[in-house]
Design a protein around this ligand. Structure first.
Ligand code: SF4
Length: 307
């Protein structure tokens, strides 16, 4: 099992596997390394590029808990949405997940993180992913609620919960990325994750081409220089989908459907391949078509890393 070979490095927020080849790791696996579980597709935000918009109903609480039980033993589960903290049974599911995974992660817009919520999260998650889209004006055009997001971010930081800051590179917005890296540094983020757009959900109306190649190499060189010049501490990763390849992420939607994402050769950039409500996690993994891309991505073997 990869759990013996693959470890999670909390300081760098990365899975490591020494010299083991991806092929050998995959051959030994019977369940995914990491999976994103969408608790709800409802959200109190309306981001212009949202790739996971409303429209899918969550199963009953009992069914959601059963699905979490099926996933038990996996190295990492990421609770997301929609906005996971908007899900009415959020705390119940999070408490139920305790002890079942090596790492429990919350991917949130941060707007529901009150001081009490942050204190509660401290004992229930290993780290939190929060997206910031830029300085106030830029962020508010794309996502809105800048103050709420920064407030939530600072509460997570104050509680000492490890965090990553995520942003989306939309082409030529290097200065915005610079601001995000500063933000990550100020709040003590372990990692700043720069995603590039994918034509999925609302994004498919906004972007036609993938950002790749020379443009991302330039961004890498720029951030490498800026990281040294400014003394930023977070690691910075850049996702070039053309290097990562298709379908690395496994998303379980709130109704149990498992999809591989992003798959740009498929309709809506997603490929359904299993149903966790009716199948086991072993069946899900067996039917997952992108195992090597999955492992390479989470071991950062196909990521651009500013370190
Ligand atoms: S991107 Fe996230 S925060 Fe924004 S609308 Fe979509 S689910 Fe909500």
């Amino acid at each position: 099992m990869p759990s013996e070979t693959v470890q999670f490095d909390d300081l760098r927020q990365i899975f490591t596997a020494g010299d083991a080849t991806t092929e050998d790791l995959v051959a030994d696996m019977s369940v995914p390394l990491s999976l994103t579980f969408q608790l709800t597709r409802s959200c109190n935000f309306k981001c212009v590029y949202c790739s996971e918009p409303p429209g899918i109903r969550s199963r009953t609480l009992e069914e959601m808990l059963e699905m979490v039980d099926k996933l038990a033993g996996m190295q990492r589960i990421i609770f997301s949405g929609g906005e996971p903290m908007a899900y009415k049974h959020f705390w119940r599911v999070l408490e139920h997940a305790q002890g079942k995974f090596s790492r429990i992660v919350l991917s949130t817009n941060a707007s529901f993180i009150s001081r009490d919520a942050a204190a509660r999260l401290r004992d229930l998650v290993h780290y939190v992913d929060i997206t910031v889209d830029g300085p106030r004006r830029q962020h508010n055009v794309i996502r809105g609620n800048y103050d709420k997001v920064i407030r939530g971010l600072s509460r997570v930081a104050e509680e000492g919960i490890p965090l990553s800051v995520i942003c989306v590179y939309m082409g030529k917005n290097k200065k915005v990325i610079n601001y995000i890296a500063h933000t990550g540094d100020i709040f003590g983020a372990k990692k700043v994750k720069i995603l590039t757009t994918i034509p999925k959900g609302y994004s498919k109306n906004l972007f036609e081409d993938f950002t790749t190649g020379e443009e991302l190499e330039e961004l890498y060189a720029y951030l490498q220089e800026e990281r040294e010049r400014n003394g930023w501490t977070p690691r910075i990763t850049i996702a070039d989908w053309m290097k990562i390849g298709q379908g690395h992420a496994i998303l379980v939607e709130p109704d149990g459907r498992a999809i591989a994402s992003p798959v740009w050769t498929a309709a809506d950039c997603l490929e359904p391949f299993a149903d966790l409500h009716n199948e086991s996690v072993e069946d899900l993994w067996r039917n997952f078509p992108y195992k090597e891309n999955h492992m390479n991505k989470y071991l950062e073997r196909t990521m651009i890393v500013v370190d």
